[in-house]
Ligand binder design. Sequence first.
Ligand code: COA
Length: 367
Amino acid sequence: MPYAHITGWGMSVPEPVLTNDDLAKIVDTNDAWIRERTGIRERHIARASDFPSTLGTDAALKALSVANLRATDLDLIICTTSTPEHLFPATACLIQDQLGASKAGAFDLLAACTGFIYAVNMAAQSIRSGAIKSALVIGTETLSRFVNWEDRNTCILFGDGAGAFVLQASDQPGGVLATVMRSDGSGSNLLTLPAGGSRHPATEATIREGQHYIFMDGREVFRFATRVMASSTEEVLKLAGLTKDDISVIIPHQANSRIIDAAARGLKLPIERFVVNVDRYGNTSTASIPIATVEAVEKGRVKAGEKVVFVGFGAGLTWGALVAEWTGPLPTPRKVNVGRDRLWGRIRSILHRIERFLEGIIWGRRA
Ligand code: COA
């Protein structure tokens, strides 16, 4: 049975930065309150030209460079996002087109902020089964478009950005070792975007009532998060036959530094074993774990052969944890050149459109 190795990683955040002081000019809040209650200092906010697909494509191109894999070699693209560009088509298909990944299947996976753990597991299981050889997993968000900028309970928390992993099959043991995925839909009302779906399609009333913004019961979500972060980490370690001492670093979902502190206390581990960058990005939902991973790798905190735990929670309610033996860095990463790779993706996409047009004529004549 092949193993599923994480061979590439990349991230992309929009340039504009919104600090706590900037927020204090919009809502009744202040830097000290936000830092003390959440650990967040600033977050990146999408420009009008940034979308989940464009941020996701940039992160994906960097991950493909690290893995030294061409987009045309990909078998599968899973995009996990809480802020898809449309109800359909899937944002994954938009990214597939921008990459020119002509041989890849593509779909979106929705498990809110736990999505990246679920998606990496789905990609890994597809590789482990022998069905595919390579997969791209992307977590990408423009949460700023769904935040009520008049609600100080939520608008201080979220940020925009994207992160991506490449997974590849190998006979060498390692890669994704075990995953725990959990859910509890009885808490679906605690964190939700109420309208815009088929239950409450957009109407004048839903817009007037602000039902197209993120709604959150912060205290209840906080209680839930502190409970599941430690328990799912322990569960996944047991499943993999490992102990806490085998783990070099834990990369948690970045929602609130107090939640990460509570997880560290629950696991009786020093906070230094956790990667924390929520101060500079806020909560980027599905993108937070891969963004934190890229920074950890670049700082030398994750090395080949070491074991890493990823753990997260989110709306649904969903939560989960994944343990992996880190593979990279590979001996031959390609030089990252997002501009050049993006251009090649566009060219492949245009050629594909011409091909589809000509095929349409041929099949039309035959019909
Ligand atoms: N600035 C200043 N005061 C604020 C504020 C802000 N941005 N937001 C809320 N407050 C006020 C509240 O109105 C409340 O005032 P009151 O006591 O007069 O009613 C007070 O601060 C305390 O509010 P509370 O909600 O109890 O604060 P908290 O310590 O629970 O922190 C969160 C609020 C949202 C930071 C915290 O509950 C949290 O992080 N929850 C989890 C959220 C999360 O992770 N969501 C994403 C999941 S993926």
